[in-house]
Design a protein around this ligand. Structure first.
Ligand SMILES: C[S@@+](CC[C@H](N)C(=O)[O-])C[C@H]1O[C@@H](n2cnc3c(N)ncnc32)[C@H](O)[C@@H]1O
Length: 277
């Protein structure tokens, strides 16, 4: 008989194996959501149990890629949480304008909507030629999608509404070309963005970012992994730089203590303090 306890053991063994063979570390992801997503993958896979799937998963990279796609939640949208982007425009952009050049990192960018939204915002705020966006994700397939910048045309109505609520100053339709059922993002947005694969659980920090967005990514992590990733983000951020989390996430008092200032608390925008002399 397969008990819940046995399934938990099988998942743990599988995640250990995945880490050792492929270097992807899901051992510190929240159990409930990981289990839900793995169970969904198993029911579509044709294997009866995780143990039976394991030996093939550890030998067959293509099969493992299907598991990877099943584990990661890649939903995103343009100007997601419009009030957040409005707050960035009002509270963060005025400071960024004082720098000759700004570097921004979207950690866990999924299919790129968030990074393109930021490129639109910065171009509208006069940053042309003065910014670079690094947009990374663990999932190489979504990074490829992000690079293509092609989205279903039917989503544009919703994205346009978000853009307007976020304080967009132009016309959203200027940022894409409609072709049949698709909207193709304007090349002028793409030229400011570098898309790359990067795993927050195991890869190293990025240098000297002025603004880091890591929204709706750490909600899937257990506390120790959250702490580890927050450390990595902190090391990648300049003093005076901004850290943005998702609306359901926050820094706790200890993490803030003397180190970060909450700029727009409900929007989860924090500013890293300058080092005390
Ligand atoms: C729900 S999406 C959030 C997308 C975007 N930031 C937003 O808020 O709309 C979460 C993304 O985090 C990525 N992710 C999960 N674990 C990761 C890790 N260890 N390193 C980097 N990205 C990760 C997933 O692949 C997924 O694309």
């Amino acid at each position: 008989m397969i008990t819940d306890e046995l399934v938990d053991i099988e998942i743990k063994l599988l995640m250990d194996g995945v880490y050792q063979v492929y270097g992807y570390d899901f051992r510190e992801y929240s159990e409930a959501s990981l289990r839900r997503r793995l169970t969904q993958w198993l029911s579509n896979s044709g294997f009866a149990t995780f143990s039976l799937a394991q030996s093939q998963l550890l030998r067959d990279r293509a099969l493992f890629d299907t598991l990877l796609r099943g584990i990661t939640v890649n939903v995103s949208e343009m100007f997601r949480d419009p009030a957040f982007f409005k707050a960035v425009r009002e509270h963060v952009v005025p400071h960024l304008k004082t720098y000759p050049f700004v570097k921004i990192w979207h950690a866990g960018c999924a299919s790129g909507e968030e990074a393109y939204s930021m490129a639109i915002l910065l171009l509208e705020e006069g940053f042309k030629g003065r910014f670079r966006i690094y947009a990374t994700d663990i999932n190489e397939e979504v990074i490829r999608k992000a690079q293509e910048g092609i989205y279903p045309l039917k989503e544009m109505q919703h994205f346009t509404r978000n853009y307007q609520q976020a304080g967009g100053t132009g016309s959203f339709s200027d940022y894409y070309t409609a072709r049949y059922e698709h909207a193709i993002i304007s090349p002028k947005l793409r030229e400011n963005i570098v898309f790359a694969a990067h795993n927050l659980a195991v890869d190293s920090d990025f240098g000297e970012m002025n603004l880091i967005l890591c929204r709706n990514v750490m909600i899937y992590f257990k506390q120790p992994l959250k702490e580890k990733v927050l450390g990595l983000l902190d090391r990648s951020l300049t003093h005076g730089g901004y850290l943005c989390l998702g609306t359901k996430e926050s820094l706790n008092q200890r993490q803030i203590a003397g180190h970060y200032e909450a700029i727009a608390p409900r929007m989860q925008i924090y500013r890293k303090q300058y080092a005390k002399k």
